[in-house]
Design a binder for this molecule. Structure first.
Ligand SMILES: *Cc1c(COP(=O)(O)O)cnc(C)c1O
Length: 375
């Protein structure tokens, strides 16, 4: 039998107009980390999220988190509370600043930061002598975290939230776009995200002064003078005007991408939810996920692996859920507040192919293979 074509977990999906905007950059010679595409892309993002936000387009989501934490005053020796169940880029920038992450486990309704453990951790850190400087909360796989509860705890202790929306562009909570809930929100346009500029990110804020500070730090902290004048350490984190052209094209199809990813999830749900061994993550009332990745839970690590390897055998890429940060060797010295939720998800969870460019026959192949493991 000829080998079946590869089905990817999540691959870039161009809309068609990207090259037009990239060509504009070439035609006008704006081949630089600023220019009309950057400004237009920022405006497109701001209009999509909420007219009250200001956006700085940057070279990565990781860079956006780094700047967000620095702007919120995180420095050497500080503690930052961070969701453990996430990709490492949520936590690494804490280390860039010489600060220490304190990891918080997830709750079962959204798989995101537990507001109960968050509060417990803050109280305990204060008793131990140090009030945390910031909270990094993540809308993982596109599912919004419990925005009301997390915001309430953050407000009670007056600690700002960095809202990691890298995976949740287009998701909403009570009709409000993700990216607009934290003191600072961040987005990613990496190649595997719901829309992409090949690599890129953005910082989102309601405070124009924060945006200006982010742009300042992202352009080597160059002060207003005819020569090069610097009073603080800066970074080279601005988005290229060429890549922002790709972003402008992608913004035209963002809603289509959300619809396509949600349709993938619905197809998996409709075809697999009657299998007793397979569990899905439903949206709580008021939560609207872009379903960046469709995930399932299986009864055990062994069965999860059996399904993953069976898919691999058919040239279908799937992946275990994120390995929690408190289990990563690089963070083994970090404090953590756990109840076992994220470790359980890591053992039993599997991300299924979720690209917006998957065809019906691809989805059917995935479903057929999974079904064959249980019937
Ligand atoms: C992708 C991602 C990031 C980082 O974004 P980059 O643009 O790849 O630097 C941060 N947090 C989460 C949860 C992500 O998935």
């Amino acid at each position: 039998m000829p080998e079946q074509s590869k089905i990817w977990l999540s691959s870039p999906h161009m809309g068609g107009d990207e090259q037009k905007f990239v060509k504009e950059a070439f035609d006008t010679n704006w081949i630089a980390p600023l220019g009309p595409n950057v400004t237009s892309f920022e405006n497109d993002i701001a209009n999509y999220i909420d007219n009250n936000v200001h956006v700085a387009a940057l070279s990565s989501g990781t860079g956006a988190i780094h700047l967000a934490l620095e702007i919120l005053g995180v420095g050497a020796g500080d503690e930052v509370l961070c969701q453990t169940f996430t990709f490492s880029a949520s936590a690494n920038p804490i280390k860039y600043l010489g600060a220490n992450p304190v990891f918080i486990d997830s709750e079962k309704d959204t798989w995101n930061m537990s507001p109960v453990l968050l509060k417990k951790a803050i109280q305990d850190r204060i008793v131990k002598g140090k009030k945390p400087k910031a909270i990094v909360a993540v809308h993982l796989y596109g599912m919004p975290y419990k925005v009301n509860e997390i915001s309430a705890v953050a407000k009670e202790f007056n600690i700002p939230v960095v809202e990691d929306s890298a995976e949740a562009f287009g998701s909403t909570h009570n009709g409000v776009q993700c990216g607009s809930f934290g003191a600072i929100g961040i987005l990613s346009f990496n190649g595997n995200k719901i829309i992409t500029t090949s690599g890129g990110g953005a910082l989102v804020t309601k405070d124009e002064a924060i945006k200006n500070k982010a742009v300042f730090l992202a352009t080597q902290a160059r002060e207003d003078a005819p020569h090069y004048q610097h009073s603080v350490v800066g970074y080279n984190y601005r988005m290229s005007n060429v890549l922002a052209g790709i972003g402008r094209g992608q913004m035209l199809v963002l809603n289509d991408r959300v619809a396509a990813r949600r349709a993938n999830y619905q197809f998996y749900y409709d075809n697999l939810h009657t299998i007793n061994e397979i569990e899905f993550l439903n949206e709580p009332d008021g939560f609207y996920s872009n379903r960046w990745l469709s995930c399932i839970l299986l009864p055990s690590f062994e069965i999860r692996e059996k399904v993953r390897l069976a898919l691999l055998d058919e040239n279908i890429e799937s992946r275990p859920l994120w390995k929690p940060m408190h289990l990563q060797p690089v963070f083994n010295a970090s404090a953590s507040y756990m109840d076992g939720t994220s470790e359980d998800l890591f053992e039993k969870g599997l991300c299924l192919p979720s690209g917006s460019n998957l065809e019906q026959k691809d989805l059917q192949r995935v479903v057929d293979k999974i079904k064959s493991q249980f019937l």
